[in-house]
Write a protein that binds this ligand. Structure first.
Ligand code: GAP
Length: 443
């Protein structure tokens, strides 16, 4: 356990030191449940989102991506059931008045801070509200969306009218969601502002089980493709009494985080709950003209839902590696090359040799144009550069040396050293072959 807590601290400190994730509003003492992403954190989130988009949207012909507004008409949340039921059980300590989520107390009924009894749980709605416009009356209250899903349901008819899809088809969205979590905790695991990558897949009611199983497999496939440690992932059939108000069946994919086995993603069967409720709430018909049966049906929905921040955290946990050599510990993030925030770093062997720098800049320009996620690194000696790149998970360090200039070993002119992050092995590759070699290893 101590080892696990230690791991969490190491990862959090690496993430801050190396520019992945900073505390939100840090110079003002922070704001609980918010985190800011630095350049490497942004790059990591982008590779995650790119990979998700490729797997679930762009490689398919049945997915329609939308980018709906975060602020929605409050009637959406009434119809969706969130105003009434999107709550967590809140308890308050009878002595110190601190507030906790009742189901997360270390000892049920006892304050986590002072050990005194807590009061009775009450339902606390997790939606953040704000006001639109200049009038501060109750009619102007709106909510920040707590899930991206509803932005898709309210556009269901628009997609049908514009694109005339056949069943089954899906809508997909990547975007921010907000929840006023009672106790945000565990780094970026439970936060108040986060990103979701969600799919609402519309199927004929009788086909729901087939597509539920299908998406379960697809989700597993994607998790493996991004390099999550599959031995740490577990499927949990959510008990009927724990299902969200809209779900008839949910499977959670849990991950063994250092702080315990907790939810990573969810797959839910939402039936026609949302479309029915929005049809009633808005007075707009949200059904589908089925060509085969020539009748109108309201599709049922399978919803694979992924959190970006939990993916970041689980990937950091999966990738973090320490290698002991004598007294020395080498730390590296074993990201898959396709997910690594930096594909490769380019270095001139020495900083004070103009010919080396010029050649290295040419190689850097070529790789940067091709891969984008390429870093220039000429700080400190080569050993230090390797360590720095290891720590941020860069799969390859490319060094331009005297051989490259034709001043070293015969026949090595216009070749570079490519050093592998995981093995430390070095090979010489011709500059003219670099792009194709790295490209072939990126998949
Ligand atoms: N539309 C369905 C839905 O929102 P959920 O299980 O409440 O379902 C889906 O959330 C995913 O969003 C979770 O599996 C998790 O990855 C992520 N998520 C939810 N709450 C979060 C929070 N407070 N902080 C970080 N990620 C969160």
């Amino acid at each position: 356990m101590a080892h696990e807590i230690d791991l969490m601290e190491k990862i959090q400190s690496l993430a801050k030191r190396r520019g992945f994730i900073y505390q939100g509003s840090e110079i003002y003492g922070g704001l609980a449940g918010t985190w800011d992403y630095g350049p490497l954190g942004v790059a990591l989130k982008n590779t995650i989102k790119d990979s998700w988009r490729k797997k679930f949207i762009s490689s398919r012909t049945d997915m329609y991506e939308v980018d709906a507004a975060i602020l929605m008409n409050p009637k959406v949340w009434e119809a969706a059931g969130h105003v009434a039921t999107f709550t967590d059980p809140l308890v308050e300590c009878t002595k110190c008045q601190r507030r906790f989520r009742a189901d997360q107390l270390a000892v049920a009924g006892k304050c986590d801070a002072c050990g005194e009894p807590t009061g009775e749980p009450r339902n606390f709605n997790m939606m953040f509200s704000t006001k639109v416009g200049a009038m501060e009356d109750s009619a102007s209250t709106v909510y920040l969306r707590p899930e991206t899903a509803q932005g898709m349901f309210v556009n269901f008819k628009n997609i049908i009218d514009s694109f005339h899809p056949k069943l089954p088809f899906g809508m997909a969205q990547i975007g921010k969601a907000f929840r006023n979590e009672i106790t945000p905790r565990d780094f970026v695991f439970r936060v108040r502002e986060f990103e979701q990558m969600e799919i609402e897949y519309f199927v004929k009611p009788e086909d729901w089980n087939q597509y539920f199983e299908y998406f379960k497999d697809e989700m597993f496939e994607w998790m493996e493709s991004v390099g999550l440690d599959m031995a740490k992932i577990h499927e949990l059939e959510v008990a009927p009494e724990d299902l969200a108000h809209y779900s008839k069946r949910t499977v959670d994919f849990e991950f063994d985080y250092p702080f315990g086995r907790k939810e990573l993603y969810g797959l839910a069967y939402r039936t026609s709950f949302d479309l029915d409720n929005h049809a009633n709430g808005s007075g707009t018909e949200l059904s589908f003209q089925d060509e085969e049966s020539k009748s109108k049906i309201t599709p049922h929905i399978i919803e694979p839902s992924f959190g970006v921040e939990r993916t970041v955290l689980a990937l950091l946990m999966s990738a973090y590696t320490e290698e002991q050599k004598g007294d020395d510990t080498r730390v590296f993030l074993k990201f898959k090359p396709s997910i690594a925030p930096v594909v490769c770093a380019v270095s001139p062997l020495l900083k004070n040799k103009p010919e080396l720098i010029e050649k290295a800049q040419q190689v850097f320009g070529m790789l940067k144009a091709e891969f984008g996620r390429v870093m220039w690194d000429d700080n400190g000696n080569i050993g230090k550069r390797y360590r720095r790149q290891d720590e941020i998970g860069t799969p390859w360090c490319i060094v331009i040396d005297f051989d490259t200039l034709g001043e070293g070993e015969a026949g090595a002119k216009d070749t570079v050293t490519v050093r592998d992050r995981d093995t430390g092995a070095q090979e010489r590759i011709a500059i003219s072959d670099l792009v194709s070699t790295l490209r072939s290893r990126l998949s």
